[in-house]
Design a protein around this ligand. Structure first.
Ligand code: HSE
Length: 298
């Protein structure tokens, strides 16, 4: 079987709506081989579709169809470490695993660029799929079905403390609350900050991050969908967060922190949540994944 490892991703980084994303060192694993039937199972207790509606299978089928090949079936085994519907790229990870795995089973007919384009086309936006494939901090734009992107390393000085709440938020719902139009001043506000975010994460200019996360495109509209958002933002800044934002469409909240402060931050953040009676949230401190999705043979 082949094994595909795909990192979690955190999109938007506050200001870079639908364009910026980073890969994190938390991974889903998928084992895959051709089969005469659809045989899908899981190594954990998370419920997954086991028919042709399974996202990994469905994405793999798109590759077979694009290459003019019929897909009789697949054996797929999943290990889902990325929590679902939490804004950490779990669906992107399934799409990327499906298309990368299918491409390898077919002898790698599609180029890396074609895989990036196909993943973004399936997902609808490239800010999770591109970093999941390439690793690092990815800036992406889509034009006529092609993704124009660059992936760069994130400064070693930065870690990501993720606050995962005990509830889901579907991307569709989180997108439905956004306005259709924005003012020029709001557009300029985000443009300037997202450019600052990309350059500051790459260079490690930590003092810029608190301004670079600011956003008038999505977070203000989504805030009411995320219980305790204000408390988590406030406590993260009290504990020295360099910049805190809603990960992707939410509901996970991410604080960028100084790599030297990770243990203290995680411990005090857990204590503060408990003191405020905010229960069920998980806190993990992650680093950037620089390599993106990996395939091996087992
Ligand atoms: N950029 C997307 C959003 C990420 O904010 O809706 C979720 O897939």
């Amino acid at each position: 079987m082949i094994r595909i490892q795909v990192p979690a991703t955190s999109a938007n980084l506050g200001s870079g709506f639908d364009s910026l994303g980073i890969a994190l060192n938390l991974y889903n694993q998928v084992w895959m081989e051709e089969s005469d039937t659809i045989d899908i199972s899981s190594k954990d207790t998370i419920e997954i579709p086991t028919d042709d509606s399974n996202l990994i299978y469905w994405a793999a089928k798109q590759v077979y169809e694009k290459c003019g090949r019929k897909l009789p079936g697949l054996k797929i085994v999943q290990l889902n470490n990325i929590p679902m519907a939490r804004g950490l790229g779990s669906s992107s990870a399934c799409i990327v695993a499906g298309i990368l795995g299918a491409n390898r089973l077919l002898g790698s007919p599609l180029s890396q660029q074609e895989l990036i384009n196909l993943a973004a086309a399936i997902e609808g936006h490239p800010d999770n799929t591109t970093p999941a494939i390439e690793g690092g901090l990815a800036a992406s734009a889509m034009e006529a079905g092609r993704v124009y992107s660059v992936s760069v390393p994130v400064s070693e000085k930065i870690r990501f403390a993720i606050f995962i709440p005990p509830f889901e938020l579907k991307t569709e719902k989180a997108r439905s609350v956004l306005p259709q139009e924005y003012s020029r001043s709001d557009a300029v506000y985000n443009l300037s900050r997202s450019a600052l975010m990309a350059a500051s994460l790459f260079s490690g200019k930590l003092e810029n991050l608190r301004v670079a996360v600011q956003d008038k495109i999505h977070q203000p509209y989504r805030a009411s969908l995320i219980d305790h958002l204000d408390d988590v933002f406030r406590l993260s800044y009290e504990l020295g967060s360099l910049g805190t934002y809603v990960s992707g469409a939410g509901p996970t909240i991410v604080s960028m922190i100084d790599a030297a402060d990770t243990d203290v931050f995680a411990k005090y953040a857990a204590n503060h949540l408990e003191e405020k009676g905010i229960t069920g949230w998980q806190i993990k401190v992650l680093a950037t994944d620089s390599d993106g999705a990996q395939i091996s043979i087992e």
